[in-house]
Design a protein around this ligand. Sequence first.
Ligand SMILES: Cc1cc2nc3c(=O)[nH]c(=O)nc-3n(C[C@H](O)[C@H](O)[C@H](O)COP(=O)(O)OP(=O)(O)OC[C@H]3O[C@@H](n4cnc5c(N)ncnc54)[C@H](O)[C@@H]3O)c2cc1C
Length: 397
Amino acid sequence: MSKKEHVLIVGGGFGGVKAALELADDPRFSVAVLSDDTDLRYYPTLFHTATGGKRANSSIPLTKIFAGKPVEIIQGTAVSLDRKARTVTTADGHVHKFDSLILALGVVTNYFGIPGLSNYSYSIKTQAEVARFKAHLHKQLVEDEQPDLNYVIIGAGPTGIELAGALPSYLQRIIKNHGLKPRSVHIDLIEAAPRLLPRLPRDTSRMVRRQLRRLGIKLYLGSVVQGETTDELTVSGKPIRSHTVIWTAGVTNHPFFADNHFVLTGRGKVAVNVYLQAEDNIFVIGDNANTPYSGLAQTALHDGEFVAQNLRRQADGKGSKSYVAKQPVTVIPAGPHWAAVCWGSLRIYGWLGWTLREAADLVGFHDLEPWHLAAKQWLSEFATQDDCVVCAIAESK
Ligand SMILES: Cc1cc2nc3c(=O)[nH]c(=O)nc-3n(C[C@H](O)[C@H](O)[C@H](O)COP(=O)(O)OP(=O)(O)OC[C@H]3O[C@@H](n4cnc5c(N)ncnc54)[C@H](O)[C@@H]3O)c2cc1C
């Protein structure tokens, strides 16, 4: 029997997992996924977990995804690449060989060097960050009995808007569960660009802006964050008092690529050819690759599938296909039972948009799991979870 081609996939997120699932059942390949996290972070529903939803709704253990499949899961942080020896070395010094390498490491938070932000702001990119954020909300509302005058979200892209829409009802839930004096909450949303959702069409920006105003969210457009201290944020020269500032405004490509001398484009993404290859036998996909719709889970899934299919075509002795970018469907929830859908020239707003988003989440889970597990994961979207015992008891009634 001829030797199997060993495919090492670095990154257990959307792109890496999809590529592994596509190759797993092909006996001509041995597949290993090297990741620094035990779970796939399902980012699209992370805002939901951050506002009182279940952890399981936005996190899927890799062991569950690959249960019964011949995929080796390796825990480790990739730090260096030896192109000649065809190996990747992890922070703990382990060396992993490959015949083909697929890199899908995602992006990292970027504070653009704005003073104080990395120390004092909150972020919701990992489960640990989400848990810290929820604990903070409880502490200042319940323990300190000093609710913030302003809850400030920086960045009016999809994540900032989703969070701004969901945060008021979560804060009200905490207030009710703990029997605190009823009070209104004040949410500010800050964006440096002159309009929210600057990467989407203007009519969508306008409709989402109207919806956020209906929810009582104050928008600061064309406003530049200049610094943060323990109790104040400076925005375009003016102070906003707050102890709860959430940064959703900036990411940058994973440092692995600059550290390992990949060719980067002006926007810091890795230059790839029409096969998403950066170099011989090295593929770069998802958020890391310079493709038209890089930065979306849908693109990472598409890329993972595309590269796996080409590897299988090569094994069949066929030529590789060229990459065709897939136009994403953008669905942005903004408050309870309201979402904006933007797909080419089609626009849907409101309850129907929200219904489509729910359906999209179910299909999204099924991209990674069989239907029965995807349905279970999706149903967890309607349940709540908090480390706070008082909230947990109140919500179990
Ligand atoms: C809060 C939030 C909400 C989002 N909402 C949406 C949405 O609604 N719709 C949408 O389409 N997109 C959304 N996105 C974007 C989407 O999640 C990303 O585009 C997608 O995750 C990219 O997939 P990826 O495989 O490239 O990277 P990721 O899914 O980020 O996976 C990267 C993996 O690499 C691992 N890793 C990192 N460094 C190392 C290392 N050195 N060694 C080993 N492993 C490493 C990480 O642990 C992770 O498992 C959202 C993103 C965020 C942050």
